[in-house]
Structures are given as C-alpha cells and as structure tokens.
Design a protein around this ligand. Structure first.
Ligand code: G
Ligand code: G
Ligand code: MN
Ligand code: NA
Length: 250
C-alpha cells in the first residue's frame, strides 16, 4: 500500500491529529495564541511527518479534504477555550487557489462560532506565486471577514519584498533559519534587524520562529521583536498540555 493511497483514507479513519505550539508576546511573556500543526498516525508506519505527506496530499488533491478537516477541528477547539487566544492554521497553496476557499472559511467560522479575528491563516510566499491574482482575491475575501493573514517562512523560498506590499498581510513570521544563533552570528543578526525594521516600517508585527535558547530570545527582545515561537517556549503537543493558557485560573 502506498502512502498516497493510505492518505486518501486518513481523515475518515481518524488517523490525523492536530498538535498545538504556543506563540508568545516577547515583552510580556504571555502566550497569545497557538499554531496548529498536523500529525498523521499511520497504523503500520507510525507517525508520518507533515514534510513527507503534505507534498503528496498536495499532488493528489487530498490536501483539500485534509485542510478542511484541520480548519474545522482547530476552530472548534479554539472556540471552546475560556481565553480568546488566536489560532494559527497553515494553508497550502492548493487550498488557497481552490474554488470556494473563502466560502469554506466563512462556513467554518459560522458553524464553530469562532470570532474571525481569532483565526490567523499562515500562507507561504510559494503559495502566492502560482496565481497571484487568484491568491489575492481569496486573501481579500477572508480579510474582509476579519480573519488575519500571516506570511509564513519569511526569508526563504520565493521571497520577494513586493509580496509584503501586494498582499494584505497582518504579520511576518520569520523563518527559523534566521533565528538560529542570532545572538552570536553577525550576519544573522543583521538580517534579523533588517526584517524587524521592515516590519516596523510597514506596521507589521514580526514573529520569530524556532526560538530554542534564552540567548536568542533575549536578543529578539532587545531588538523589539514582538512575538516568538519555538522549543524554548513550548514544543508542539496535544492541547490538553496547555490547559493553563486556554482556561481561566482556578
Ligand atoms: O510540525 P512540523 O515542523 O513537522 O511541520 C512541518 C511542515 O509542515 C511545516 O512547514 C508546516 O507549515 C507544515 N504543516 C504542518 N501542519 C500543516 C497543516 O495543517 N497544513 C499545511 N498545509 N501544512 C502544515
Ligand atoms: O513552516 P512552519 O513554520 O509552519 O513549520 C513549523 C515547524 O517548525 C513545525 O514542524 C514545528 O515542529 C517546527 N518547530 C517549531 N519550533 C521549533 C524549534 O524551536 N526548533 C526547530 N528546529 N523546529 C521547530
Ligand atoms: Mn507555519
Ligand atoms: Na515557518
């Protein structure tokens, strides 16, 4: 049996799970939201990483069913939290370009009762280049509902500064390759400062991904980076692990 074949049945067989990774406001140290990250628990192969199965799902089109499941699952989950924290959901290029994407987002928000401003869609620049006009139309429609849009993996892939101007982003998520050793590597630090300056100039908060050490976090705080995410602050895990953040105190 091929992964491709098994993937087509993964949703209906209940083999998919979402894990959550906290996102923190650096100045206050408070958790302000979570990124939803997909996991596939294959009955024979064990846990298949998303890097491996998402490209296959995109090629075969099953990403549409999987992406809809992730969106619905995470919005329903987030709607049950006591605190109105944000939920960030990764959206593939295939989903963004599919007919009915904005209608799907609208329907899921309506059905789950999640306030639109609590939903953030993470879009990579690679997702924009396929058909920029179509991508822009879809993003404008979800923006008009009050949903937030984050540019994911900024600085890698098909990065172009013009994308920041042409698309209605609310946040820049800078790729973790620019965070690694940012406190000691002069080139990395220079790039990071430039991106933070760009964010300030455009009025876009910057989230640093993949923060693993307190020295990296201290550098980011000193440079007025707004948000951070990474193993230092919390590894992706089942939402129950983060109950202290999603519910009111005792
Ligand atoms: O969680 P992890 O670091 O293994 O994720 C690897 C990659 O898979 C990341 O690029 C992430 O954006 C992507 N990914 C994780 N969950 C989803 C999802 O629900 N949808 C899409 N399209 N990509 C996801
Ligand atoms: O592309 P995207 O940003 O959606 O991918 C997020 C991925 O980064 C997830 O697979 C998650 O497991 C991974 N990740 C999150 N925090 C860290 C970290 O501190 N270090 C490393 N190496 N990976 C991380
Ligand atoms: Mn992401
Ligand atoms: Na990323």
């Amino acid at each position: 049996r091929s992964l491709e074949h098994d993937l087509r049945h993964a949703v209906e067989r209940g083999e998919l799970r979402v894990v959550y990774q906290p996102q923190m406001a650096i100045d206050s140290g408070v958790v302000v939201g979570f990124e939803a990250l997909l996991r596939w628990h294959h009955p024979e192969r064990g846990t298949v990483p998303p890097d491996l199965f998402i490209p296959i799902a995109e090629e075969t089109g099953s990403i549409l069913q999987i992406g809809e499941w992730v969106l619905r699952e995470t919005c329903r989950e987030a709607a049950s939290w006591q605190k109105p924290l944000r939920i960030a959901v990764n959206v593939s290029a295939v989903q963004l370009h599919a007919p009915g994407f904005s209608e799907l987002v609208h329907e899921v928000l309506f059905t789950t009762g999640l306030a639109p401003a609590r939903l953030e869609l993470e879009i990579t620049e690679t997702a924009l280049v396929r058909d920029p006009v179509r991508a822009l139309t879809a993003l404008r429609r979800v923006k008009a509902m009050g949903v937030r849009i984050a540019m994911d993996d900024f600085g890698t892939g098909y990065s172009s500064l013009s994308n920041l101007r042409a698309f209605p982003f609310d946040k820049i998520k800078i790729d973790r390759s620019f965070i690694r050793a940012v406190d000691v590597n002069r080139e990395t630090a220079a790039i990071m400062r430039a991106v933070l300056g760009l964010g300030r100039g455009l009025g876009l908060p910057v989230l640093a991904e993949g923060v693993e050490t307190s020295a990296e976090l201290a550098f980011l705080g000193a440079e007025a980076c707004q948000e951070a995410q990474g193993y230092l602050l919390g590894r992706p895990g089942p939402i129950a692990q983060f109950a202290e953040h999603t519910s009111e105190g005792p």
